[in-house]
Every structure is written in structure tokens, then in C-alpha cells.
Ligand binder design. Structure first.
Ligand SMILES: [Zn+2]
Length: 91
């Protein structure tokens, strides 16, 4: 998915669970963006959900690895919570 001028996430969350895609115990990195919702990525297989909707992966090579790398990079970059974060608590 290509975002142009995508708003920056204002909160992040990490949580454990069993991934319905790779069927493993894993952790998810989740990011909250205003008007967009929670974007969660399984760090084992790269499966991505937005507001609990299963996002189709692109058919480019290594799309799952890229998805994991993107989530980890964003995780390192973001503060725990931005000043402009509103409302919604982590899932
Ligand atoms: Zn998974």
C-alpha cells in the first residue's frame, strides 16, 4: 500500500497473541493513526491488520519481511505516545 502524505501514528502498542495466519505465538507491533485506526503487524510472518481487518499482502517478493521491517523501524522511531494522541486506548 502506498501512502502519500500519510498522517503519522500518534501511539504504539506491543502485545502477544497467537497469529491466525502463521499459527504461532507471536507479538504484534501496533500503531494508532487518527482517522485510520490501529495497524497491527505480526512480527513472525508480517501479516498486517488494520482495525481488525485482514489486509491483503502485496505480491512483491519478500512482502512479509518488508512488512516486519517497516513495523520495527516505525516502532524505534516513534515515542510511546505523541502529544497529539487522542482517545482510543491500546487494544
Ligand atoms: Zn503471523
Amino acid at each position: 500500500m502506498i501512502h502519500i502524505n500519510a498522517p503519522q501514528p500518534t501511539a504504539k502498542n506491543i502485545y502477544a497473541g497467537k497469529c491466525p495466519d502463521c499459527k504461532k505465538r507471536t507479538r504484534y507491533l501496533a500503531f494508532f493513526t487518527p482517522w485510520y485506526g490501529w495497524d497491527s503487524t505480526c512480527i513472525k510472518c508480517g501479516r498486517n491488520w488494520i482495525d481488525n481487518e485482514w489486509m491483503p499482502l502485496t505480491f512483491e517478493p519478500q512482502s512479509r519481511q518488508k512488512s516486519v521491517a517497516r513495523a520495527k523501524k516505525l516502532w524505534r522511531k516513534l515515542p510511546p505516545r505523541s502529544e497529539n494522541h487522542y482517545g482510543d486506548s491500546p487494544c
